[in-house]
Design a protein around this ligand. Sequence first.
Ligand SMILES: [Zn+2]
Length: 76
Amino acid sequence: MKQCESCGMPLDEKTTSVFDDRYCIHCQDQQSGELASKEQVREGSINAAMKFMGKTREEAEKMADVMMPKLPRWRE
Ligand SMILES: [Zn+2]
């Protein structure tokens, strides 16, 4: 499945940005087309891991810091 190149979430017809199909609706503002900052994306991933995967803040931060550098938008 296609993944958002900014946060890694799976993309389907509901979550794909209308401006750029590489990104999801959480990473790109669907009114202005503005992309979320790295810090905003990191925070979103941390919150999702805590909420949906039951991780502690510390575990969720570690996961985000391992996962994000692998995504095309943040790859160096
Ligand atoms: Zn995203």
